[in-house]
Design a protein around this ligand. Structure first.
Ligand SMILES: *[C@@H]1O[C@H](CO)[C@@H](O)[C@H](O)[C@H]1NC(C)=O
Ligand SMILES: *[C@@H]1O[C@H](CO)[C@@H](O)[C@H](O)[C@H]1NC(C)=O
Ligand SMILES: *[C@@H]1O[C@H](CO)[C@@H](O)[C@H](O)[C@H]1NC(C)=O
Ligand SMILES: *[C@@H]1O[C@H](CO)[C@@H](O)[C@H](O)[C@H]1NC(C)=O
Ligand SMILES: *[C@@H]1O[C@H](CO)[C@@H](O)[C@H](O)[C@H]1NC(C)=O
Ligand SMILES: *[C@@H]1O[C@H](CO)[C@@H](O)[C@H](O)[C@H]1NC(C)=O
Length: 833
């Protein structure tokens, strides 16, 4: 209880901290603002750019020239004074800054070519490097530009080196080196291909190549929370007539878990570009922007969203694309910031290495929901990531002529496409960052058994884990080009087939990054197949869980219906039970496999607002990875459960013979308890290691469920168990297991346990088995089955009530695959600083 109090306190403190960060301005630890080539300091807004004469100890060589001009660029902010002087370098020179805090720093170069004496700066040709990264190479500039980079500085000094190319020269008008808020760039982001969590952003050098305010005016550094400049999006629109601007700045809400004013100011979130559908409810098109980039690099794309167009929650569902890749599928912003309309939110996506010199960003309506079609985007940042040599300089880096097209006839136009002023920043996205971190860790974390959890944190725990299940990754779907799949499967090599089902063939494959995959290729013509194909993509794109097979992508080119899954090294559970060469599993392994599958199903039933019913639970749909961890597969028949579908009636009874819930068969009422029934059959299958229907057997044995129940009712189930298990199951464990299976097969759904109860009972059966092995292996290794007690049929009431409360706790833990105790220890650690 004291523990819970502490958690609460920490929770409250974290919210206070959050609120406090929101209203405080960011004060950089290192803050060098240099007015180059000038004898005087220059004041721009509330910032002083210091003369590099008075700061001359920063500069390495005297071989340079002070240049000045009376002309100045027409900038929309008050920084033109910075451009009236420049320092010209005729040989390699560097500025050296001492760094108080090793962390990510911005480096901004202000460049405005003018003619001074014999130096025509538009003819200058030079390279700039810093912290082992080439920032610019053989760079020339023909109009005014601010280049913005950020690098993670790990030493106590930072050099910015200017090197003339050949016998040319270098120049710079002004220079900034400033600390970036620590958590501004998180280590991880989604990656569009392969669809995994991209990690390692902390080590990346970045260059901001575009920073755009959709549907609004230019925001200059004076009006940004972190001295950034956001340019309007009109000139980037591919078909401007398809897009419409909206503005509602006062509506913007900054809430916990979302963006903060430092991530982007409300003037960015409060305006958007949306579909210009002209009240046509059948509108179906994308709004597309096109941005110039250097080919051969990966880019970090940060999307800023804020639903300022809907009147109510859950009214806007849309897709977001980067080129032809789907970046975010079926985005419903209201699921991220619970019950907040117009909450500011952002998402980071890493692109593949670009081949072309443009990136297209599109948003378009999702057709999975019956709502008015619309799609929005509020802001966008595109950041170039360093290549494997650590370089940010592309072959064509630098010439800025193209960006001057921005001009829409206003002063605005002069601001070059690349952006001015400060970069990224924004602290307090710590919370959001932490969440992502946790969500990402969830993939690899092992579940901590319930016995180590207090059970106190239930309420808060489940709230938190609900939050983490809606991680950015949960909405991703991935569309693969057909050729990529041909390549991965050796052009559907027949010898690579690993399975054949009603849907089609399953091939083993390998993506070009080495990821092993299973490729399921549907028979093109079947109409039913198409519906199942779509259901499967929809389901698997929404649900991500350690015990559900994950979808890596799909392909619907050329009438193909291809699904690409993570590869499961050890095939199906069925294959390990009978009829194939796999070695048979021990009792403990079987229990663990059942527990994993039960977790996956439990998550389907409860992990989401609407329960999902799998409808085809069977041993052939439970797959095992290289560590024999089990995952539930094949969601083609899945249906959203009763909460949506009040009638519980489904059109046709579907599922697999032998596993089918008789109640569902009789009354055509579909509930989660139908999955529980099928799972009960699987449990008997696991125990007896025989097919659920075997017509070759004597009549009373044909149907496993009936036959096993007969023996279970007689209390002699041990007579029919898999012979390889004989003498190896602890009677208590067998009893618990058999009781659980029996309950699952109750005639009426209401009498069957929930998947959560099943899960706990299986856990318990495992503990009963383990307890003994730790005790006296000698004694128990022989003929333990013989000790099976006669009250095998009595479902122990004490056990049962114990299970109810404990199961809740374990369930809360398991919703996201993130253990509550881990969550709270994270909270304690990070808030305690
Ligand atoms: C410029 O500012 C620096 C630091 O604030 C100061 O030390 C220096 O004296 C100033 N130089 C001039 C010429 O005002
Ligand atoms: C800049 O210098 C490099 C190396 O001398 C040369 O290859 C390149 O063509 C020059 N670029 C321009 C625009 O003159
Ligand atoms: C910088 O890199 C170090 C590792 O070298 C990492 O621990 C740190 O978090 C990074 N900082 C930022 C702000 O990216
Ligand atoms: C931007 O800032 C300037 C000065 O700080 C102010 O006069 C102007 O109204 C601001 N513009 C907007 C759109 O907020
Ligand atoms: C939107 O763009 C994506 C990616 O190019 C494309 O796959 C999709 O079909 C487009 N949607 C519409 C409605 O044109
Ligand atoms: C960026 O450079 C670092 C070394 O500074 C390297 O470790 C990293 O892999 C590079 N990034 C990419 C995408 O190659």
């Amino acid at each position: 209880m004291g523990c819970r109090g502490l958690h609460l306190l920490i929770w409250v403190l974290s919210i206070l901290c959050f609120a406090c960060f929101c209203c405080c301005q960011f004060i950089p630890q290192d803050n060098y603002l240099i007015n180059c080539g000038s004898p005087t300091n220059a004041t721009v807004g509330n910032r002083v750019f210091v003369s590099d004469n008075s700061a001359s100890k920063l500069l390495s060589t005297p071989q340079n020239v002070l240049a000045s001009t009376s002309s100045k660029p027409v900038t929309s902010s008050k920084d033109s004074v910075l451009y009236q002087t420049a320092r010209v370098f005729t040989g390699s020179s560097k500025y050296t800054f001492s760094i108080r805090q090793s962390d990510r720093h911005w480096i901004r170069l202000y460049l405005y070519p003018f003619v001074y004496d014999k130096y025509d700066m538009s003819k200058a040709n030079f390279s700039v490097s810093s912290a082992n990264h080439a920032l610019l190479s053989d760079f020339s500039v023909n109009s005014y530009v601010v280049k913005e980079f950020s690098v993670n500085v790990t030493s106590s000094t930072l050099d910015v080196t200017f090197s003339p190319s050949g016998d040319s020269f270098a120049f710079v008008n002004a220079l900034e080196v400033i600390s970036v808020p620590n958590k501004l760039i998180a280590d991880d982001a989604s990656s569009i291909s392969p669809p995994v969590v991209f990690q390692g952003l902390l080590w990346q050098a970045l260059e901001t190549v575009h920073r755009v305010n959709m549907g609004g005016p230019i925001i200059t550094f004076e009006n940004d929370t972190l001295w950034r400049t956001w340019v309007p999006d009109r000139s980037f629109l591919v078909e401007a007539n398809l897009a419409k601007s909206v503005s509602n700045i006062p509506a913007v809400n900054y809430v916990e878990g979302g963006a903060t004013p430092l991530i982007a100011p409300n003037t960015v979130y409060g305006t958007a570009t949306m579909m210009n559908s002209e009240n046509d409810p059948n509108s179906n098109f994308n709004v597309t922007w096109e941005f110039k980039v250097d080919p051969g690099f990966q880019y970090l794309v940060r999307f800023h969203f804020c639903d300022i167009v809907s009147r109510n929650l859950n009214q806007l569902y849309f897709n977001v694309f980067i080129d032809s890749w789907i970046a975010i599928r079926d985005l419903d912003l209201s699921t991220y910031l619970t019950n907040t309309l117009a909450g500011a939110y952002f998402m980071d996506v890493v692109t593949v290495k670009t081949v072309s010199n443009k990136i297209r960003i599109s948003v378009g309506p999702s057709n999975l929901h019956d709502v008015y079609p619309n799609a929005i985007l509020n802001g966008l940042e595109i950041m170039k990531m360093n290549n494997s040599q650590g370089s940010l300089s592309g072959p064509t880096a630098g010439t800025t002529s193209s960006s001057s097209k921005i001009n829409v006839g206003m002063i605005v136009g002069v601001v070059i496409g690349v952006s001015v002023a400060a970069v990224l920043a924004g602290i307090l996205f710590i919370i959001c960052w932490r969440r992502r971190k946790l969500a990402a860790q969830g993939h690899t974390k092992t579940w901590i058994p319930l016995s180590t959890n207090g059970g106190n944190s239930h309420t808060m725990g489940s709230k938190y884990s609900n939050g983490t299940t809606t991680s950015i990754h949960s909405n991703l779907g991935y569309r693969f080009p057909f050729v990529a799949i041909q390549e991965a499967t050796n052009n559907f090599d027949e010898s690579w087939v690993i399975g054949i089902g009603g849907f089609g063939k399953v091939y083993k494959g390998e993506l070009n990054d080495g990821t092993k995959v299973a490729v399921k290729r549907g028979n093109p013509r079947s109409q039913q197949g198409l519906a199942e194909f779509q259901t499967e993509i929809e389901m698997l794109s929404q649900f991500r869980h350690r015990h559900l097979v994950s979808l890596i992508g799909y392909c619907d080119e050329k009438n193909e219906m291809i699904l690409i899954y993570e590869y499961m090294e050890n095939g199906t559970l069925k294959g390990h039970l009978y009829g194939s060469g796999f070695p048979s599993l021990s009792w403990k392994q079987r229990l663990e496999v059942c527990i994993g599958a039960a977790r996956g199903l439990h998550y389907l039933h409860t992990g989401y607002a609407k329960a999902v019913i799998h409808r085809d639970v069977k041993s052939a749909n439970i797959l095992l990875d290289e560590n024999l961890m089990s995952k539930v597969a094949d969601f083609g028949l899945s249906k959203t459960g009763p909460e949506l579908d009040q009638t519980h009636v489904s059109t046709a009874v579907k599922g697999s013979f032998g596993y089918l819930d008789p109640e569902y068969f009789r009354r055509q009422q579909l509930t989660e308890k139908s999955d529980v029934y099928s799972f009960g059959v699987v449990l008997f299958e696991v125990l007896c290691a025989r097919p659920v229907i075997d017509p070759s057997l004597p009549r009373e044995m044909v149907n496993l469920a009936e036959w096993a129940m007969k023996w279970q009712k007689k209390g002699q189930l041990d007579q029919i168990i898999d012979s390889t298990l004989a003498g190896k199951i602890r009677p208590d464990s067998l009893r618990k297991f058999a009781e659980t299976a029996e309950k699952c097969l109750a005639d009426y759904g209401v009498d069957r346990p929930s998947m959560g109860d099943v899960l706990w009972n299986l856990e318990y059966a495992l503990q009963l088995q383990e307890a003994v092995l730790q005790g006296d292996p000698e004694e128990n290794s022989t003929n333990v089955i013989g000790e099976l007690s006669p009250q095998v049929n009595n479902f122990n009431q004490d056990d049962n009530s114990f299970s109810a409360s404990q199961a809740d706790v374990s369930i809360a833990d398991d919703l996201s695959g993130v253990s509550m105790s881990r969550v709270f220890s994270q909270l304690v650690k990070s808030e305690g600083r």
